[in-house]
Design a protein around this ligand. Structure first.
Ligand code: GLN
Length: 296
């Protein structure tokens, strides 16, 4: 990489799959959050919508997002995923592109979704898991959720009839409060390489800035490589200032930040929202840790 490339403004391109069909419970908020957190670091995040009938050329994107939807919206998407996007999506995932798939989108990246009524929807099998709806007489999995992830917590809102069971797929996290994948085995979501499936709507990323930064960092490292990141003072220049500001050592700061390379942002509002969700779920000590660690 020639020395002057890192001075170019950094750009990332996000492919938003099925923005018109799969967008429940504020899923679009995830895109707004990624764009804002990039912008605050001088990175331009371009967002391209990919609807039914659009092909997916993996080289054109650095990250992908697919939201949730009702059974009737998922059926045409399932067919299109196979006919138009499957090969490109697999190639992107096998090449470690970060992908966030929420609820209905998550279900369609596993082997299949058996809805309450109608035929099974074939999934892409990225996650070794499957989903079955228990029927309209069985209560849906609805409510606020908290899970443990990477030694930290993720919070969000879930509303799904389908129950997902993991085969060899690694869960995204362990349920602290809520239903998660199936209200039985305390697993939530699934991970394959840098593809993350989750039932956490809400939307997920505004109240989980550490997870948003994790996805941004994966995309930057994949596109620019570590050298570009470390050479670019946009990213690690002022850890020292932030640490001094909150009276912590750089090491302590980096320990609390999932993405040690990205300059920390002023996230007190995000962490207050995160902590208040934990308190609402009765997870007081977790909430206290969050407020202590991320005090403004
Ligand atoms: N329709 C699916 C289910 O009910 C997914 C719902 C969603 O995306 N919120 O399980």
């Amino acid at each position: 990489m020639s020395p002057n490339t890192t001075q170019q403004p950094l750009t990332l391109t996000l492919g938003h799959l099925y923005p018109d069909q799969l967008n429940l419970y504020g899923d679009r908020g995830n895109i707004l959050t990624l764009r804002r957190r990039c912008q605050l670091r001088g990175i331009e995040l371009r967002v391209v919508g990919l609807g039914v009938g659009d092909a997916l050329a993996p080289d054109e994107y650095d990250m992908l997002f697919i939201g949730g939807g009702q059974d009737k919206e998922q059926a045409p998407v399932a067919d299109d995923l196979h006919e138009m996007k499957g090969i490109g999506l697999w190639a992107a995932i096998e090449d470690d592109m970060p992908v966030l798939a929420v609820c209905g989108g998550y279900q369609l990246l596993a082997h299949y979704y058996r809805p309450a009524e109608g035929p099974d929807m074939r999934g892409l099998g990225v996650f070794d898991a499957w989903t079955e709806h228990k029927g309209t007489k069985v209560p849906r999995c609805i409510g606020n959720v908290a899970i443990s992830w990477n030694g930290q917590t993720l919070v969000g809102f879930e509303n799904h009839g389908g129950r997902t069971y993991l085969g060899t797929a690694k869960p995204l996290g362990k349920v602290l409060k809520g239903n998660g994948n199936n209200a039985e085995d305390q697993t939530e979501g699934a991970i394959y390489r840098h593809a993350y499936g989750t039932y956490l709507h809400g939307s997920l990323l505004p109240k989980n800035p550490h997870f948003a930064d994790h996805l941004i960092e994966l995309a930057l490292q994949r596109k620019y490589g570590d050298r570009a990141i470390t050479e670019n003072d946009l990213f690690n220049g002022n850890h020292t200032n932030k640490a001094a500001e909150i009276g912590a050592t750089v090491l302590e700061l980096q320990k609390t930040t999932v993405s040690p390379l990205l300059t920390p942002l002023e996230d007190s509002l995000e962490w207050e929202a995160h902590a208040s969700m934990l308190e609402r779920l009765g997870l007081y000590s977790e909430a206290a840790t969050i407020l202590r660690t991320h005090k403004s």
